[in-house]
Design a protein around this ligand. Structure first.
Ligand SMILES: N[C@@H](CCC(=O)N[C@@H](CS)C(=O)NCC(=O)O)C(=O)O
Length: 206
C-alpha cells in the first residue's frame, strides 16, 4: 500500500478496534486520530463535510479518500491477503457473517456495551432503558448462533481464520463489559482463546 492510511477513531470502540486489529494482523502501518464521541467530536460541521457525512467513526482515510463503516475499512485492508478466502463460496460466506454481525450482533452487544460501559446504566434515557431487554435477548441469540456454529468448527468460515473472525471477535470478546456471560458459551470462549493466540494479535487496549 503506497498511500498513507489514517484511522479516524474512538479507541474504546470495538468497530474501530476491528480496523486496528486487521492492520496489525497483516502488518500494515496506520496512523491513528482520536475523537471523543461523548463530546460530539464526530458531529462537527468539519467532520461531516470532510470525513463522514454520517457523523460516525471508524473512518479509514486512504490518501485523500475516506472509507466509513468498519467492515468496509477492514475489507479494504485485507483485500489480497489470506484473511479473504479465494474460493467464491467461502468469500461470500465470510461476507454473510460480516453483514450478520452488523445486523444481529453489533446493534445488540455493542450498543449495550456502550450504554453500560461508557454512558453508565443510571444515565440512560427512558427510551434507551426500555430497549435494554430486547437488546439483551438479541445479544444472547447472536452468541447462541455463534456457539452452535463453533461447536462444529474452529473458525467461522472454511475452517481457517478469515475477516469474519476478526469482525466478530471485536465485540464478542468484550461482551462481558455489557454483562453477557461468556462462560455460558464455552465454544465461543475457546474460539476467543484461539483467536488471541495468533501471531501479531493486538489487544483492544493497545
Ligand atoms: N456501522 C458502523 C457503526 C459506526 C458507529 O456506530 N460508530 C459509533 C462508535 S462505535 C459512533 O461513531 N458514535 C458516535 C456518534 O454516533 O455520534 C460501523 O461498523 O462502522
Amino acid at each position: 500500500m503506497t498511500e498513507k492510511l489514517v484511522l479516524h477513531e474512538f479507541a474504546a470502540s470495538g468497530n474501530c478496534y476491528k480496523v486496528r486489529l486487521t492492520a496489525a494482523l497483516l502488518g500494515i502501518p496506520i496512523e491513528r486520530r482520536e475523537y471523543d464521541i461523548l463530546k460530539g467530536e464526530t458531529r462537527t460541521p468539519e467532520f461531516l463535510e470532510e470525513v463522514n457525512p454520517n457523523g460516525r467513526i471508524p473512518v479509514l482515510q486512504i490518501g485523500d479518500r475516506f472509507i466509513p463503516e468498519s467492515n468496509a475499512a477492514c475489507y479494504y485492508l485485507a483485500t489480497g491477503s489470506e484473511l479473504i478466502p479465494a474460493d467464491r463460496f467461502d468469500s461470500a460466506d465470510m461476507l454473510r457473517w460480516m453483514f450478520w454481525e452488523q445486523y444481529n450482533h453489533e446493534p445488540n452487544i455493542a450498543t449495550l456495551r456502550f450504554w453500560i460501559h461508557e454512558i453508565g446504566i443510571d444515565n440512560l434515557t427512558e427510551v434507551q432503558r426500555a430497549l435494554v431487554p430486547g437488546k439483551r435477548e438479541g445479544g444472547n441469540a447472536a452468541l447462541k448462533l455463534m456457539e452452535d456454529h463453533l461447536s462444529r468448527h474452529d473458525w467461522l468460515v472454511a475452517d481457517r481464520v478469515s475477516l469474519a473472525d476478526v469482525c466478530l471477535f471485536a465485540y464478542t470478546h468484550v461482551a462481558g463489559d455489557a454483562d453477557f456471560r461468556l462462560s455460558d458459551y464455552p465454544h465461543v470462549s475457546k474460539w476467543i482463546g484461539r483467536f488471541q493466540a495468533q501471531p501479531n494479535y493486538l489487544p483492544i487496549s493497545a
